[in-house]
Design a protein around this ligand. Structure first.
Ligand code: NDP
Ligand code: 2IT
Length: 448
């Protein structure tokens, strides 16, 4: 779909010309500008006052060297990033990703999307993202610790509980957050809520670990119910087997679905009896092994080499929860052919634009990442509140707030889509609803 506004088309061209080698960032910006054309057509001051031009340019990009010593005593050098994208409605907030594929384009796309996602939660958090091309796979505990400490030796200068509050993402979980928090505390001599996703003994929130996966299922359940459907008795396919995927599996199962397949970057497992989550957690969270071990330990389960084959597994509901652009047009067509009726994005931008077009054209229910996976950052914001209060809520308290946030988010995105004549299009609805609060705040401040 093209952008139905001449100015925004020109802006898109300028974004590409300015940074021609950032395809993921262009992809994310194009989707948002396409959705925002009807808003901008109705409110030309958004262009005249410079909001649209500012929206696509990060407030600040920090890029730094991360030297660390491996177990053989050799110096290794990685690259670190923090993109502070937009602070119109609160301190920059968003995860850190450690993965060999990380580059400026990927961190910019994630920071851009985070701005709208965070606004959608209804909580006062701006958008940011960071990370490194460091690969935690195959590294020892002490190598991971030394890397995290070196990463924080530079990052601490730019973050703070009222400035920028990082958290986890791919390759960054409670272990890495512990090392990062410990180093920040040493350097600043301060115990503050500067990171979220912390361990429960030092300021972490109950239900943060579960929040993205649970929130994804709460959002999906709302979307299904509005269409007279539910998880009950439905086969579900979930890509990935990390933090988001594991807790999506847990909640989808609690809501009556049967998760029949999960994957890692090497291959997928199919279990016709439904994934044994306790076994999967043992393999992935405790022992940190490859997913093929699941099929070795679970009678009746099959392992297949190659992760993209997972979309050939018949299911009613598909939850891509691994990484960007993991579900392409061919995979979308396979899902549709096999009777899938709903796709909800747990990962950030997991469906390619061509896949989204095919899914929407075929009339499937589609929940976009910015809305559907906002539960993680929402509970991060609740962790910030608890840290500020020097208090902690029970699991039930946090979980019930999460459910309310995801339900209201669904209603707001649906309403925004309907208001602009796009009823049922949650991509447009989420982008518009997320944008308006940010844009009105930017206008209020005056831009130059
Ligand atoms: P984890 O590191 O815990 O797990 C990532 C999973 O995805 C692993 O199974 C990994 O397999 C797989 N994966 C990663 N990269 C690739 C790749 N290039 N190709 C195939 N598979 C891959 O990360 P999370 O679960 O935290 O994050 C998953 C997605 O959810 C990401 O898109 C993230 O941005 C998004 N997200 C995360 C939130 C959170 O709170 N953690 C919040 C909102 C969104 P392998 O082990 O083989 O690498
Ligand atoms: O993509 C995301 O929303 C996250 N990785 C979570 C960010 C956070 O600050 O909890």
């Amino acid at each position: 779909m093209s952008i139905q506004n001449e100015y925004l088309n020109g802006l898109m061209e300028r974004v590409i010309q300015r940074d021609p080698s950032e395809p993921e960032f262009h992809q994310a910006v194009r989707e948002v500008l396409t959705s925002l054309a009807p808003v901008v057509n109705a409110r030309p001051e958004l262009i005249e006052e410079g909001v649209m031009d500012c929206l696509v340019e990060p407030e600040r990009i920090i890029k730094f060297r991360v030297p660390w010593e491996d177990d053989q005593g050799r110096v290794q050098v990685n690259r670190g990033y923090r993109v502070q994208f937009n602070s119109a409605i609160g301190p920059y907030k968003g995860g850190l990703r450690f993965h060999p594929s990380v580059n400026e384009s990927i961190i910019k796309f994630l920071g851009f999307e985070q701005t709208f996602k965070n606004s959608l939660t209804g909580l006062p958090i701006g958008g940011g993202k960071g990370g490194s091309d460091f690969d935690p796979k195959g590294k020892s505990e002490s190598e991971v610790m030394r890397f995290c400490q070196s990463f924080m030796n530079e990052l601490f200068k730019y973050i703070g509980p009222d400035t920028d509050v990082p958290a986890g993402d791919i390759g960054v979980g409670a272990r890495e957050i512990g090392y990062l928090f410990g180093q920040y505390k040493r350097l600043r001599n301060e115990f503050t809520g500067v990171l979220t996703g912390k361990g429960l003994t030092y300021g972490g929130s109950l239900a943060r670990k579960e929040a993205t996966g649970y929130g994804l299922c709460y959002f999906t359940d709302n979307m299904l119910r509005a269409a007279g459907r539910s998880f009950e008795g439905v086969d579900v396919v979930i890509s990935g087997s990390g933090n988001v995927a594991l807790y999506a599996c847990e909640k989808a199962t609690q809501l009556g679905g049967k998760v029949v397949a999960m994957c890692d970057s090497n291959g997928y497992v199919y279990d016709k009896d439904g994934i044994d989550l306790a076994l999967m957690k043992q393999i992935k969270e405790v022992e940190r092994l490859r997913i093929r071990v699941y099929a070795e330990r679970k009678p009746g389960a099959e392992y297949h080499e190659g992760c993209s084959g997972i979309w050939q597994v018949p299911c009613g509901i598909a939850l891509p929860c691994a990484t960007q652009n993991e579900l392409n047009e061919g995979s979308a067509k396979a899902l549709i052919r096999n009777g899938c009726f709903a796709v909800a994005e747990g990962a950030n931008m997991p469906c390619t634009p061509e896949a989204v077009e095919v899914i929407q054209a075929a009339g499937l229910l589609f929940a976009p990442a910015k809305a559907a996976n906002a539960g993680g950052v929402a509970v991060s914001a609740l962790e910030m509140s608890q840290n500020s209060m020097r208090f902690s809520w029970t699991f039930e308290e946090v979980d019930s707030r999460l459910l309310t946030i995801m339900t209201e988010l669904y209603q707001n995105a649906s309403a925004a889509a309907a208001q602009y004549g796009l009823a049922g299009n949650l991509v447009a609805g989420a982008n518009i609803a997320g944008f308006l609060k940010v844009a009105d705040s930017m206008l209020a401040y005056g831009l130059v």
